[in-house]
Design a protein around this ligand. Structure first.
Ligand SMILES: Nc1ncnc2c1ncn2[C@@H]1O[C@H](COP(=O)(O)OP(=O)(O)OP(=O)(O)O)[C@@H](O)[C@H]1O
Ligand SMILES: [Mg+2]
Length: 282
C-alpha cells in the first residue's frame, strides 16, 4: 500500500511546497520509492521546483534523486457537478499511477479547492506547516478576544475533521495522522513563540493533531528553489551552496526531526531489504 502524505493548509505561503520538497528528497535518500503530485494547478511551484532540479542536474552533470511525478489534469468543464466528478477521477488516476511507490507526497494549494479536499480524504498523514503567527492560527481555531481562550475550531480544522469523517465512512482502513509543523520560527520573538506554543498545545489535544518541532526562519529555504536543491543535497563538491554555517546544519537537524516525528511505516527498498531509516539517511 502506498502511504499518502498530504501537505495542506488553506493559508497561503505557510511552507507547504518547501516542506513537500524536503520530505520527498528525505524519503528518496532513505531508499524509498516516492511519488509526487502537485495539486496547485495554478502556481505549480512543486512542479517548477523539480523542473529546476532536472535542469541543474543536467547542467552540472550531477546525479540527483527524483520521485515519480504524477500529474493531475486541470479540469475545464463548466458544470460544477461534472467538473467535480472529473477531478475525482483525475486524482484517482494520478494516485493509481503511483501504486508501486512506498509514499505519495501531495502538495495542496493554499485554498479550499475540491481537489485539495479530495486529497485530504486520501491522506494517511497530513502535514500542516503553519507560520508562527496568530493570523495563521486563526485558520485552525478562533481565540476569544475577551478571555484569550480558544473558542472553537476554524476553517481548516473543520476541513480536516470532514476528511476524517469521510474516510471513516468509505471504510478505508486506518485513520488520518495529522501533524502540525510550526514554520519560520524566529530566534528573537520569544514572547510570540511561547504564546503560540501554549495555544497549539492546548488545541492539539482538543482537535487531534500532533505538534512537530518546526523549522526556523532561514534565508537558505528561499535561495534553493532556482537550483531545485534541498538542504539534504548540500555539502557535495558540485553544490552551489556549501553546508557550512551552523544555521544550515541546524536546519538539516530540523528536517530529520520532522521525518522522525512522522512515524512513517518502515518501507522496503527495491532489492527487498528494509530501507535504511529515513532519519539516518536524511
Ligand atoms: N523556514 C523558512 N524560512 C524562510 N523562508 C521560508 C521557510 N519556509 C518557507 N519559506 C519561504 O516562504 C515562501 C512560501 O513558502 P512555500 O511556497 O513553501 O509556501 P506554500 O504554503 O507552498 O505557499 P502557497 O500556499 O502559495 O502554495 C517561499 O518564499 C519560501 O521560500
Ligand atoms: Mg505551495
Amino acid at each position: 500500500m502506498t502511504h499518502v502524505i498530504v501537505l495542506g493548509n488553506e493559508k497561503g505561503g505557510s511552507g507547504k511546497t518547501t516542506t513537500a520538497m524536503h520530505v520527498v528528497i528525505a524519503l528518496l535518500k532513505s531508499g524509498c520509492r516516492v511519488g509526487a503530485i502537485d495539486l496547485d494547478l495554478r502556481q505549480r511551484s512543486l512542479t517548477r521546483y523539480f523542473e529546476n532540479r532536472r535542469k541543474f542536474s543536467e547542467l552540472k552533470g550531477k546525479d540527483l534523486c527524483f520521485p515519480v511525478i504524477s500529474e493531475v489534469e486541470a479540469c475545464s468543464i463548466d458544470s460544477r457537478e461534472d467538473s467535480m466528478r472529473q477531478e475525482t477521477e483525475n486524482l484517482a488516476a494520478a494516485l493509481s499511477a503511483l501504486e508501486g511507490c512506498d509514499f505519495a507526497v501531495i502538495d495542496c494549494p493554499g485554498a479550499n479547492t475540491h481537489l485539495s479536499r479530495l486529497a485530504h480524504i486520501h491522506a494517511d498523514t497530513i502535514i500542516t506547516p503553519l507560520n508562527d503567527s496568530f493570523v495563521d492560527f486563526d485558520l485552525l481555531a478562533r481565540i476569544d478576544p475577551e478571555t484569550g481562550r480558544i473558542s472553537g475550531p476554524s476553517l481548516y480544522s473543520e476541513m480536516v475533521w470532514d476528511a476524517r469523517k469521510r474516510r471513516a465512512m468509505t471504510g478505508v482502513p486506518g485513520s488520518i495522522d495529522w501533524v502540525v509543523l510550526r514554520n519560520r520560527l524566529s530566534a528573537t520573538r520569544a514572547n510570540n513563540k511561547k504564546r503560540m506554543g501554549e495555544k497549539l498545545d492546548d488545541l492539539s489535544a482538543r482537535i487531534g493533531f500532533r505538534l512537530a518541532r518546526g523549522f526556523g526562519d532561514r534565508v537558505i529555504y528561499r535561495e534553493l528553489f532556482p537550483t531545485g536543491l534541498t538542504l539534504l543535497d548540500l555539502g557535495g563538491k558540485d553544490s552551489p551552496v556549501r553546508l557550512s554555517t551552523m544555521s544550515h546544519v541546524t536546519a538539516r537537524l530540523e528536517i530529520r526531526s520532522l521525518i522522525a516525528s512522522l512515524n512513517l511505516p518502515r518501507a522496503v527498498s527495491k532489492d527487498g531489504q528494509d530501507a535504511p531509516d529515513a532519519v539516518a539517511a536524511a
